[in-house]
Design a protein around this ligand. Structure first.
Ligand SMILES: Cc1cc2nc3c(=O)[nH]c(=O)nc-3n(C[C@H](O)[C@H](O)[C@H](O)COP(=O)(O)O)c2cc1C
Length: 194
């Protein structure tokens, strides 16, 4: 079984989502010692934005990086995504990664009946961090967006480990983090990867 661990926070050691994504990944490693883990830090090594040059093939170096990201995504059975809320959505580095894994003919396609996700069978755990409180609110363009785009790719098994209200006060932050750690679910062997 392969796990892809992704971080996108720009806040380094202060990051809530880096702490939570590492904890989720550690739980999976403990449960399955033979688990193969790959790590991608989108803040330290961002993928290039998708541009006209990417689509026309003129940006060969950028497209080679994107192909590698796609292969890594397709090979993963479990994906742990550290996803802070930045300006009500996800960091642009995470969006740049999504732009490279959402590719017609590879991870989705359109048919006469509508769209069809081609990347099903994966489990995604999103480590979510937000300064304010947005659960079930119209201001949530972060978790709702991730659920939408992952579902579009055929991935419906999506869990959120959430610390929110972390900017309200140090006490809010530590209580939200403790609650998020307690909410991490027990890893289960995925049938596809067994
Ligand atoms: C650039 C930036 C933009 C932010 N935008 C929002 C926002 O729109 N709504 C919100 O509730 N919190 C916002 N925050 C607070 C973060 O969501 C919060 O600090 C969270 O812990 C970020 O996760 P991280 O610590 O892993 O980076 C923002 C923080 C930064 C640095």
């Amino acid at each position: 079984m392969k796990l892809l661990h992704i971080d996108s926070s720009a806040l380094g050691a202060q990051s809530v989502t880096r702490e939570l994504s590492a904890a989720v990944t550690a739980r999976w490693r403990d449960a399955f010692p033979a688990l193969q883990v790959e790590y991608r830090d989108l803040d330290a090594q961002p993928l290039p934005h998708l541009t006209g040059a990417s689509l026309s093939g003129a940006d060969a170096a950028g497209n080679a990086e994107a192909d590698q990201a796609m292969d890594q995504f397709l090979a993963a059975d479990v994906i742990v995504i550290g996803a802070p809320m930045y300006n009500f959505s996800v960091p642009s580095t995470l969006k740049a990664w999504i732009d490279r894994i959402a590719v017609a003919g590879k991870t989705f396609r359109y048919t006469e009946k509508g769209s069809e996700g081609l990347a099903g069978g994966k489990k995604v755990i999103v480590a979510s961090g937000r300064g304010g409180i947005h659960t079930d609110a119209p201001s949530d363009f972060q978790e709702a967006y991730l659920r939408q785009v992952l579902g579009f790719l055929g991935i419906d098994d999506v869990e959120f480990v959430r610390a929110e209200g972390v900017a309200y006060s140090p006490q809010h932050r530590s209580e939200a983090l403790a609650k998020a750690h307690r909410s991490i679910s027990q890893p289960v062997l995925l049938r596809k990867a067994a």
